[in-house]
Design a protein around this ligand. Structure first.
Ligand code: 5GP
Length: 192
């Protein structure tokens, strides 16, 4: 998606350890007009997939998931990290290794909010090694719900997550795929 690629080139910075910092527009300060455009793109791709729920993980996936949900007209559920008293014990949970923090978090969704008749679109801001998305899929599997797609804003194509997700056979849409990045250059893969 041209708009997103241009914004990454303009405002993204590459940090050591293959981390792309986009917190001036995507996951700290938010450019909602851009986020809305990302939501529309996901709708164009998955509008016929019978989506009944959008699932993401707190916190940075939430804004994008909400922008998409406006079009699908379905609820957004976000998996909570850690053990929250207010989520209760009646949860589906999965362990997710965090690429950026280097720690494993348990993410959990209340059993009230995902069920066997749900058709779930999983959305996240980044795809690196695929742990977050696979954890969300694991939660859907426990609930007997179907994952009908993965919608990713930025995929780092040089990491393993894209392969892992595509091997599931579930459609993956990444709006920008980074083929390589260094301190002073970011190259995109052709994702059309
Ligand atoms: P994965 O689970 O695919 O290894 O990593 C995806 C998760 O880690 C995303 O939810 C995102 O929050 C975070 N993440 C992974 N790579 C990056 C990155 O390069 N920049 C930022 N800002 N977050 C990242």
């Amino acid at each position: 998606m041209k708009l997103l690629e241009e914004r990454i080139l303009k405002d993204g910075t590459v940090l050591p350890g293959n981390v792309l910092k986009v917190d001036s527009f995507l996951n700290h300060q938010i450019d909602y007009k851009l986020i809305k455009a990302l939501g529309e793109e996901f709708y164009k791709t998955f509008q016929s997939a019978g989506v009944t729920k959008i699932l993401t993980v707190e916190a940075s996936g939430i804004a994008i998931a909400c922008a998409a949900a406006e079009h699908f007209d379905v609820p957004v559920v976000f998996a909570k990290k850690g053990h929250h008293k207010n989520v209760g014990t009646d949860v589906y949970a999965a362990d997710v290794f965090s690429f950026t923090k280097g720690i494993t978090n348990t993410v959990a969704v209340s059993k009230k909010y995902i069920s066997a008749d749900d058709q779930v679109l999983v959305i996240d801001d980044f795809l690196a090694d695929g742990q977050a998305c696979m954890g969300l899929k694991n939660i859907c599997d426990q609930a007997g719900a179907s994952v009908v797609g993965f919608g990713i804003a930025i995929e780092k194509g040089f990491q393993n997550g894209g392969k892992l997700l595509r091997e599931t056979g579930i459609p993956v849409q990444s709006l920008a795929i980074i083929a390589s990045m260094t301190d002073d250059s970011i190259c995109f893969a052709d994702n059309n």
